[in-house]
Write a protein that binds this ligand. Structure first.
Ligand SMILES: Nc1ncnc2c1ncn2[C@@H]1O[C@H](COP(=O)(O)OP(=O)(O)OP(=O)(O)O)[C@@H](O)[C@H]1O
Ligand SMILES: [Mg+2]
Length: 560
């Protein structure tokens, strides 16, 4: 069902959920009903974008329980986002709406911590069903995330299906990917085989839409193989999120497997500056819904499409930046034993840094503080374990030949291959072939034609990324340290330093000039009272970096 409702200052909200009855739909379409204090605008700048990093290390699940955003450096001020944070009463009302449990929150619900209020059955609006008649207190009804060794089930059960006592729990060692036995089964089966056969499908019945309750849909921002993506503002925290909604039907389909894979992967990989951040996921009306960080620059593919219309190309400096940042993201993904398997321009997302946001948690090696755009790897629907993989081939245009040949012995290098071609496309290479002779020509090591002059060092690097032999392609960790890429970041940092020195000198000269004028006017020579240039450098150096130089110097003109 499609609704179009004009609200307040002209916001038109489109909702196309067939599952919600008209009464509820009306309630949740009206921003005024949600929070009478808020004034809603369609402008991109009205809502703060999703906080990109969590410096305090809170998990998305914990963050979801926060009512305001005291942990976010992006907390909207009254000016930035009128009406946010929510009025206390409105907030209370929102809190009273029970919401579906994510796999994580179900876990918490199973064993409430001491002092936690346990809702009685009648209060639970949501029902999860594995088949029919699910027992919500059964800890077996928790999905296994194949991408993390420390699964909840493994912690709770012995291989014979009995619950572990405390000592057993402490002794348990993490198993390798795919080698675990299902606790409830006698015979040894591979985890992935077992997952194939028994997946805990999250379903809801007879409930209010969490999507509508918690989010205000602003616009549809994309559609693809998986489903549709919407830009939404979370009513509670006032921040923007990208909400990905799978195509229907979900249960039992390949789409369901992809959706769950994406959730598992996001839950494991959600905390790196170059991987799109994950906040939450739940199922609604047989759709999987994933709440991700909203990337305000769209995808790299979106940028390329815009550039093509304008007849402009991304230049080498920025291409290097993209390659560097994505290789940092890949380095992180590969370090967890996972591979992405669908690297391409439409799966790289762009965040434009907010001016004045100085926060950066880089460890020095992965320093991107000088970059104005952050590139992030998203769309984790094809992620798999590097060893014992379940390969779901990604886009054939970016597919390495060895994957086509079903040789999965160097999976991380397939990501490197796809990244090489992604950069070639970003540099302006024409549409890549999906098959035929041209496809094989590239797999023999020929870079597609690029309509701009690249330095030979950079061109050679791209060539090695798509080398026919995966062993020759550099690992992501080496790529992230490659001097061809590092220099661009180093140069920017060096220029910034020079700029700061020049600013400092200018500020100092202005001070001297002012003092000289004052001395001249009073007919008194105050120059002897002024601190020497050297004194100024010593006392002001630390504080004079940046644009506030004039305020950083503090000295008086003695008897002036
Ligand atoms: N976090 C996000 N921030 C901003 N835009 C996004 C975000 N996630 C997705 N989009 C938009 O939605 C489009 C499709 O998203 P995504 O790649 O996740 O879905 P998909 O169904 O797997 O698509 P495809 O089949 O093309 O890979 C993207 O190309 C992008 O334009
Ligand atoms: Mg995609």
């Amino acid at each position: 069902m499609m609704f179009a409702t004009a609200c307040g200052s002209g916001l038109v909200q489109r909702l196309d959920f067939s599952c919600v009855d008209d009464d509820n739909a009306e309630d949740f379409q009206s921003p005024q009903k949600c929070n009478s204090q808020q004034t809603w605008r369609t402008s991109n700048n009205t809502y703060p974008i999703t906080p990109q990093r969590n410096e305090r290390g809170h998990s998305p699940a914990l963050e979801d329980t926060l009512e305001l955003s005291p942990y976010s450096d992006y907390s909207p001020t009254q000016e930035e986002c009128p009406g946010s944070p929510l009025h206390y009463n409105a907030m209370k009302k929102l809190k009273l709406c029970d919401t579906p449990y994510t796999p994580k929150s179900l876990l918490y619900k199973t064993f409430p911590s001491p002092g936690t209020r346990v809702p009685c059955r009648g209060q639970r609006l949501l029902r999860f069903a594995a088949g029919t008649g699910a027992d919500f207190d059964d800890p077996a009804l928790v999905n296994i995330n194949p991408f993390t060794p420390d699964t909840y089930r493994q912690m709770q059960f012995l291989p014979n299906g009995k619950r572990k006592d405390r000592e057993d729990s402490c002794r348990s060692e993490p198993a390798k990917y795919g080698e675990r036995e299902h606790p409830g089964l006698q015979s040894k089966v591979k985890l992935f085989d077992w997952l194939e056969n028994m997946r805990f499908v999250l379903r809801e019945t007879n409930m209010v839409s969490r999507y509508k309750t918690e989010f205000l849909e602003i616009e549809k921002i994309g559609a693809g193989e998986f489903g549709s993506v919407y830009k939404c503002v979370k009513r509670l925290d006032g921040c923007l999120y990208a909400i990905k909604r799978s195509k229907k039907p979900l249960a039992g389909s390949t789409d369901e497997q992809l959706a769950l894979k994406e959730v598992y992967a996001h839950a494991v990989l959600g905390h790196h500056p170059h991987v799109v951040r994950y906040y939450s996921a739940w199922a609604e009306d047989d759709h999987m819904i994933i709440q991700n960080e909203y990337c305000n620059g769209g995808s790299l593919q979106d940028l390329l499409t815009q550039n093509k219309k304008r007849g402009i190309l991304i230049l080498e400096q920025e291409l290097k930046e993209i390659l560097l940042q994505v290789s940092m993201g890949l380095k992180y993904i590969h370090s967890t034993g996972l591979v992405h398997m669908d690297i391409k321009p439409s799966n790289i997302f762009i965040c434009r840094k907010i001016v004045g946001n100085e926060e950066d948690e880089s460890d020095g090696e992965d320093d991107t503080s000088t970059a104005s755009l952050l590139y992030k790897i998203g769309d984790l629907g094809h992620v798999t374990a590097a060893t014992n993989p379940q390969v779901e081939e990604g886009d054939s245009r970016f597919l390495a030949n060895e994957i086509l040949q079903e040789d999965y012995s160097h999976l991380p290098k397939a990501d490197i291959f796809a990244l090489g071609l992604t950069i070639a496309v970003a540099a302006g290479a024409g549409p890549l072939p999906c098959n035929d002779e041209n496809w094989h020509h590239i797999r023999r090591g020929s870079i597609p034609e690029i309509p701009q002059q690249l330095s030979s060092a950079f061109h050679d690097l791209l060539k090695v990324l798509i080398h026919p032999d995966p062993i020759v392609r550099p690992p992501a960790a080496a790529l992230a340290k490659n001097p061809v890429l590092r220099r661009s970041v180093g140069k920017a940092a060096q220029l910034q330093k020079q700029l700061n020195v020049e600013k400092f000198k200018t500020a100092m000269l202005e001070r001297e000039l002012k003092a000289a004028k004052l001395a001249h006017n009073s007919g008194k020579d105050v120059c002897s009272d002024l601190p020497s240039k050297q004194d100024l450098i010593c006392s002001g150096r630390k504080r004079l970096v940046g644009g506030k130089n004039s305020r950083s110097l503090s000295f008086t003109c003695g008897g002036c």
